[in-house]
Ligand binder design. Structure first.
Ligand code: HMG
Ligand code: MG
Length: 299
């Protein structure tokens, strides 16, 4: 049965902007975006990424972003931290929560974080320990849960194995990434069945990209399995620099439209998110891609 309430984890400032081509998005625009998202009622925002600026220059101003935002009480501002160096920088910048990110595909792990899956899990352990000492919660991502741009199909058992490893080392929640948006509902359901045999279902989040327009259908499928945390990006922004052809995260507007239709509470103002999506896509010189934006037009 469907959850009564869904927690939405907003990805636009991080997953949304990390792959932005061309000139850098000004730090002030990122800060403005984060403010608008919080004002729309979003309570969980991935605000930055403390990765190597040589790998992802788009996130090179993470410290300035964190220092520039005015905090809304009750909002959790999180950031990616692939290693201890990233974690120390994130802690110094005052993040509320961090995330480590691994993959269910060896080839993707190599391309994205320059090490094997096993090496990545070893690298995350001291990050988890240091974060625990600092009283900061750690989320864990698994990429390529429904397919890999290099390896193709990924067995659900492999996803479950990596998710369990992250959960066992102390990640409070495991976000399952359809990094390249190739999943379909039956595959998504089977993947969740496999993972929820290893990690409690209320500790799982769905992080679906919308490359084939299947993300909403896939979310519906996994919500029926009991998933109640959804990652989405306002304006449908994003893509992964190490996953060619991957399009953005499922749009927050579209997820909210689905959830409102199902009578599922989020506490988020759809119109304010839509306005924010229209604003940020315009600031980036693009058209909004969410279905809600296309249906209702920019105001
Ligand atoms: P590496 O080159 O193997 O690392 O990169 P290294 O330890 O050898 O360091 C190389 C240089 O980077 C050194 O500098 C380090 O100091 C520096 P140098 O001595 O050459 O001057 N460095 C750093 N600088 C700042 N912050 C740091 C940091 N770490 C090292 N944290 C590393 C390994 C993991 C760092 C690199 O591969 C990396 O940063 N990768 C990040 C890739 C990335 O951000 N991908 C996108 C996010 S994941 C994603 O989008 C998927 C997700 O959305 C879920 C889904 O959709 O599936 C989460
Ligand atoms: Mg992603």
């Amino acid at each position: 049965s469907l959850p009564q309430r869904v927690r939405l984890f907003e990805m636009a400032p991080r997953d949304g902007l990390q792959n932005e081509p061309g000139s850098m998005v000004p730090t002030a625009t990122k800060i403005d975006l984060i403010h608008r998202l919080a004002n729309a009622g979003i309570r969980h925002i991935e605000a930055a990424s403390f990765v190597s600026p040589k790998w992802v220059p788009q996130m090179g101003d993470a410290t300035d972003v964190m220092h520039g935002i005015t905090r809304t009480p009750g909002v959790v501002y999180s950031a990616l931290t692939p290693n201890l160096k990233g974690l120390e920088n994130a802690l110094a910048a005052g993040v509320d929560e961090v995330a480590v990110f691994g993959a269910a595909s060896e080839a993707f792990s190599q391309k994205n974080i320059n090490c094997s899956i096993a090496e990545s899990l070893e690298r995350f352990k001291p990050v988890l320990k240091r974060a625990r000492d600092a009283n900061v919660r750690v989320r864990g991502y698994v990429s390529c849960v429904l397919g890999c741009p290099y390896e193709g199909d990924i067995p659900p058992e492999k996803v479950a194995q990596v998710a369990k490893a992250l959960y066992d080392m102390g990640c409070y929640e495991i976000s399952l990434g359809d990094t390249i948006g190739v999943g379909t509902p039956l595959a998504a359901k089977r993947m969740i069945e496999a993972v929820s045999g290893q990690v409690p279902i209320d500790r799982l989040a769905a992080h679906f990209h919308d490359t084939y327009g299947m993300a909403i259908a896939n979310l519906y499928a996994v919500m029926q399995e009991g998933v109640s945390v959804i990652d989405a990006a306002t304006g449908g922004l994003g893509g992964c620099p190490y996953a060619k052809g991957a399009s953005g995260n499922v749009a927050t507007e579209d997820v909210l439209y689905l959830l409102e239709g199902l009578g599922i509470e989020t506490g988020i103002d759809l119109q304010a998110v839509l306005d924010t999506g229209n604003w940020i896509t315009q600031a980036l010189g693009r058209k909004p891609t969410s279905k809600v934006a296309l249906a209702r037009g920019a105001r």
